[in-house]
Design a protein. Structure first.
Length: 243
C-alpha cells in the first residue's frame, strides 16, 4: 500500500461522486466510497468492482461528526493514512427563493454542504498529514461565484435568488480558502472545483454535460503534483473561476 494512492470520495454512490471514484480507481488508486445509504453504497461498490476497480465501501454521514470520526478510525486501522479527500456529498434543498424561505431547509443544506465538509476534513486531517502528497478537493459550483452571480446579464446572474444552495456553495468556496491558509506549509493542497452543469439526479438530468466530464476536473486537482496550486477555484483545463 506504500505506493498506492488511498482516496476517499464522499457521496460516491452516484453522479459526479461515482464517476470520480471510477476515474481515480482507473489511475490505480484504492478508492474508499463514502455514502450514508448502505444499499446504494454497496450497489455502487459492486458496479465499480465489476470493472476491476479497487473500491471499498465506507459508511459515512457527513452531517454527523461521530460518523466522520468513525470512518477516519476505520481508514486509519486499515490503511494508516489518506492521500486524497474529495468532498463531493451535497444536497440542493430545491431552488428556494429568499422571500418566504424555510430556515430549516437552509440549515439542512448548510449542514451538508458546508459543515459536513468541515466534519469530514477535520476528522481525516491527521491521516492526510501522513501522506507524501495529500490533496483535498471540494466539489463546488460556479453558482457559488459572487462575481458570476453579480453579472445580472449572464446566464447564472439571471437565475432567481436562492436562499440555500447558492449561498452554501459560496460559503464552501470561502471555507476552501480558509483551509488552504491554515494548512500552508504542510503540503496539503486544498482546492475547489466547478464540475460544470452535469446531467445527474441532482438536477433531474437536466445538465448539459456528462458526469464523467465533471469528474475529470475533480480528478485533475486530486492528482496534481506537489508544485500544484492551493486555495483556488478551478473549472476545466485549469481555468480559474472568479470568486
Amino acid at each position: 500500500m506504500a505506493n498506492t494512492t488511498i482516496a476517499l470520495v464522499t457521496g460516491g454512490n452516484k453522479g459526479i461522486g461515482f464517476e470520480t471514484a471510477a476515474q481515480l480507481a482507473a489511475t490505480g488508486a484504492t478508492v474508499l466510497l463514502g455514502a450514508r445509504d448502505r444499499v446504494r453504497r454497496e450497489e455502487a461498490v459492486a458496479a465499480l468492482r465489476a470493472t476491476g476497480a479497487d473500491v471499498h465501501p465506507v459508511e459515512l454521514d457527513v452531517t454527523d461528526p461521530a460518523s466522520a470520526v468513525a470512518a477516519a478510525a476505520l481508514v486509519d486501522a486499515t490503511y494508516g493514512r489518506l492521500d486524497v479527500l474529495v468532498n463531493n456529498a451535497a444536497v440542493s434543498g430545491g431552488w428556494m427563493p429568499l422571500t418566504g424561505s424555510d430556515p430549516a431547509v437552509v440549515r439542512a443544506v448548510f449542514d451538508t454542504n458546508v459543515v459536513g465538509v468541515m466534519n469530514v476534513t477535520n476528522a481525516f486531517l491527521p491521516l492526510l498529514r501522513r501522506s507524501a502528497a495529500p490533496r483535498v478537493v471540494n466539489v463546488s459550483s460556479s453558482v457559488g461565484s459572487l462575481h458570476v452571480q453579480r453579472d445580472f446579464r449572464g446566464p447564472l446572474g439571471q437565475l432567481p435568488g436562492s436562499a440555500a444552495y447558492v449561498p452554501s456553495k459560496a460559503a464552501l468556496n470561502a471555507l476552501t480558502v480558509q483551509y488552504a491558509k491554515e494548512l500552508r506549509g504542510t503540503g496539503i493542497l486544498v482546492n475547489a472545483v466547478d464540475p460544470g452543469y452535469c446531467a445527474t439526479d441532482f438536477n433531474n438530468h437536466a445538465g448539459t454535460r456528462p458526469a464523467a466530464a465533471g469528474a475529470a476536473n475533480v480528478v485533475r486537482l486530486a492528482t496534481v503534483g506537489n508544485d500544484g496550486p492551493t486555495g483556488g477555484f478551478y473549472a476545466d483545463d485549469g481555468a480559474v473561476v472568479p470568486w
